[in-house]
Design a protein around this ligand. Sequence first.
Ligand SMILES: C[S@@+](CC[C@H](N)C(=O)[O-])C[C@H]1O[C@@H](n2cnc3c(N)ncnc32)[C@H](O)[C@@H]1O
Length: 272
Amino acid sequence: MTENQPGWGGDLGFDTTVAHNARVWNYWLGGRDNFPADREVGEQVRQMFPGIVDVARADRAFLGRAVRYLAGEAGIRQFLDIGTGLPTADNTHEVAQRIAPDSRIVYVDNDPLVLVHARALLVGIPEGATDYIDADAHDPGSILRAAAETLDFAKPTAIMFLGSLNFILDTDTAVAVVDHLIDHVPSGSYLVVAHPTHELGGEANAASMRHWNEHATPPITPRSRDEVARFFHGLELLEPGIVSCSRWRPDSASAGGLPPEVPQFGAVARKL
Ligand SMILES: C[S@@+](CC[C@H](N)C(=O)[O-])C[C@H]1O[C@@H](n2cnc3c(N)ncnc32)[C@H](O)[C@@H]1O
């Protein structure tokens, strides 16, 4: 069976005819780990809301700046990255281990293609450690149990949800997942979130998300700033707070000042 034929993905063992978020995200980032159904929906969304490519790029750049800060200035050596995505340039372990080679990273995703690639590609350097867990973000208990084989949860840990809490559709449930994880890490740990929002995106962005939910999987929900703020309750939000992720400590401001906003909040907070 070739990738152009409908049906199950041969040796991969999953259905490639339904667009899936990890593979469409890869398409928007210019990657090649995607199938015709992913490209079709990815292109439809891009036609409806061309800014989606800027969102994906800004999210990855935010990941880089947040991890550089955490591994550098904040001295963090453990990272639990939930909703990893397909391997691309500057994955969390590469950014962290460039600064602190002894960094230990555990990736979590539930996409079968991420699983296939991650085991092969998300390989760290000998001074540190990199592991991959095939698990669902709705189940933080299982994630903690598996991650404890690589991470020592008595030590400060960065818990990262970049573009993934938006797949836990009920906000109370998503807050409970974050709380569960934060309760199991010590003071001096961090929470990093990137999350889509209609507040910055306008009607085209909203329509493209509705289109996504009708034609692809898993379904997504955007959140308001107040809803995103709930993930950080009891934590100390770092400056500049909850902002468009493109404006979270940008490397260089454009001529007119801050970079353009994208409809994706980004924020980092510390557990006191
Ligand atoms: C938009 S991508 C973001 C990837 C990466 N974190 C980034 O910022 O570039 C979201 C990822 O979350 C994963 N994901 C979605 N729902 C999930 C769930 N319930 N449990 C674990 N991972 C999930 C998808 O498979 C996808 O790889």
